[in-house]
Write a protein that binds this ligand. Sequence first.
Ligand code: SF4
Ligand code: SF4
Length: 135
Amino acid sequence: MDYRPLKGEDIFKCMECGACCKGFGGTYISEEDIEKISKYINISLEIFLDKYCTMSGSKYVLAQGKDDNCIFYDKEKQCSIHPVKPYMCKAWPFIKTIISNPENWNAMAGSCPGMKKDIEHDILKKIVDSEIKLL
Ligand code: SF4
Ligand code: SF4
């Protein structure tokens, strides 16, 4: 019987390898993320932007720590701000840009072992769209 994946869990399961928190991943943060995270770590927005963020073009992204990982990466907990981590981290890999080009999903799957490769693009689009709505 022909098996067609239908849900996010059919094509992605996080292996908790931490690869997406390593190096300069360019984790974009929205205004809402900035407010939530600064409140969670109990510092002002200004200090948060100055000490924990950097610019990528005109947008804020999370900075890197001394070990070159995301500044909030923790070897034991993996993410020290897990309850308020940025939308992009919560949603991954179900984000709009990943389906904007048929090559994107497989390219990202090359560095994220939780993503299954070679999903038919129209099926992938349906799954990603419905997972985005669930968030
Ligand atoms: S790279 Fe993929 S599998 Fe590894 S922690 Fe990140 S989302 Fe999970
Ligand atoms: S915020 Fe957390 S989940 Fe997101 S990249 Fe940083 S350590 Fe990883």
